[in-house]
Design a protein around this ligand. Structure first.
Ligand code: PMP
Length: 429
């Protein structure tokens, strides 16, 4: 059966670059072949290799209630035969927009798109149109999708312009992307002072999930808020991972800091390809056709995806205990893992924000990109492969989060902890 998986990967590589439709899925960072998934139910993935895996990827976030959950299935089944795409407005788009606006602090209007990448790319265009400024600031190690201007991760030195992370991204485009270290308000203030009246927006993951989980230091988000307010800069929270996951009101609700705009992703489509960006009315009224900033999408607001998302968000709204349940499950795992890591004297730091968690193989808790670079990637690969061998699917990179879902049973978690003990014992030897 393992060979069946391998054969599929070999064929895939002939027809798809690297054999996958998104790079992380190739498992390159952890030095093994990817597992092709045949189906998924609850907290379990079923591979083409004939094995079952306990899933801590959760489709990178949306599967808060687990895979193939009744709530979403029922909504999709009910509407499947009503037509899949109209290219014209429908009621459910209005309902989902209203649900998001009512849930998220400070957002008056929202525009649906088809991915997180589209959401952040569009939000930035709107922030530029609204302010009439060209430059943007992002933080090192934060990921906001693969649009040209955001594919910039490093800018060593305080006031540097960004360097493109990928060939094909023109320097001319990224010269408008300024990069500051995460959690460093002083460096941000320097950047702002050095570019007076030129910065349209600051975009941030309020809890960073894309260098592994890195928490905002106390006062960081508040500091961003006050600096942006003072300088007329649009503050954008990228809640593609955190929205409706850290809590029903997103990271904005958890930290009590309200941005001017926010971006959402996969979660609001119940796992369908959906994204959205929203903001204060005066900003969103710039968006075409209300205003002149152009942004469009043939499949945006796709009715089936809207029904799935609406069912999911309605459930989360009316069953707020979901958040207590995932918190308890994640805390149970954290306690167990921490005790095992300590028992085997492995240098580690375990960072958790609600149902998002990362084990870093470095002693100091990371606060920024430079810190996560100190993690021992060989150890992470060993950890990943050891867990995979024992039927536990973790993120195939140190620089990603582990996503806990409600569907995990006590048995799933105990199996996970037993596997974790065995792997840590091996790693300590
Ligand atoms: N923003 C954040 C915070 C993300 O984690 C991601 C991807 N996981 C994106 C944007 C891009 O979303 P997508 O992959 O749907 O384009």
């Amino acid at each position: 059966m393992k060979n069946k998986n391998k054969a599929l990967f070999e064929t895939a590589k002939r027809y798809i670059p690297g054999g996958v439709n998104s790079p992380v899925r190739a498992f390159k960072a952890v030095g093994c072949d990817p597992v092709f998934i045949r189906k998924a139910k609850g907290a379990h993935l079923f591979g083409e290799d004939g094995r079952m895996y306990i899933d801590y990827i959760s489709s990178w976030g949306p599967m808060i209630l687990g895979h193939s959950c009744e709530v979403v299935n029922e909504a999709v089944e009910r509407h499947l035969l009503d037509g899949i795409s109209y290219g014209l407005p429908s009621r459910v788009e209005v309902e989902l927009a209203k649900t998001i606006v009512e849930a998220y602090p400070g957002i008056d209007e929202v525009r649906m798109v088809n991915s997180g990448t589209e959401a952040t790319m569009s939000a930035i265009r709107v922030a530029r149109g609204f302010t009439g400024r060209d430059k943007i600031v992002k933080f090192e190690g934060c990921y906001h999708g693969h649009s040209d201007g955001l594919l910039v991760s490093s800018g060593s030195g305080a006031l540097t312009f960004g360097l493109p992370t990928s060939p094909g991204v023109p320097d001319d485009i990224v010269k408008n992307t300024l990069v500051a270290p995460y959690n460093d308000l002083a460096r941000l203030a320097q950047l702002v002072d050095a570019n007076p009246g030129q910065i349209a927006c600051v975009i941030v993951e309020p809890v960073c999930g894309n260098m592994g989980v890195v928490l905002p230091d106390a006062g960081f988000l508040e500091g961003l808020r006050s600096l942006c307010t003072e300088k007329g800069i649009v503050l954008i929270f990228d809640e593609v991972i955190t929205g409706f996951r850290l809590g029903y009101h997103g990271a904005a609700g958890v930290f009590g800091v309200t941005p001017d705009m926010a971006c959402f992703g996969k979660i609001i489509g119940g796992g369908f390809p959906v994204g959205a960006y929203g903001g204060r009315r005066e900003i969103m009224e710039c968006v075409s056709p209300a205003g002149s900033v152009y942004q469009a999408g043939t499949l945006s607001g796709n009715p089936l995806a809207m029904h799935a998302g609406k069912a999911m968000l309605d459930y989360l709204k009316h069953q707020p205990a979901v958040y207590d349940v995932i918190e308890e499950k994640a805390a149970y795992l954290e306690r167990g893992m921490r005790a095992i890591l300590e028992e085997y004297h492995l240098p580690f730091s375990l960072v958790r924000a609600g149902s998002l968690m990362t084990v870093f193989f470095c002693e100091r808790v990371p606060h920024r990109y430079d810190d996560v670079q100190k993690a021992d990637l060989k150890k992470y690969s060993q950890y990943f492969r050891g867990m995979l061998d024992r039927g536990v699917m973790l993120a195939p990179s140190q620089f990603e989060a582990m996503f806990v879902s409600c569907a995990l049973t006590k048995n799933d978690m105990d199996v996970t902890l037993q596997a974790f003990r065995e792997v840590m014992k091996e790693m300590a030897a």
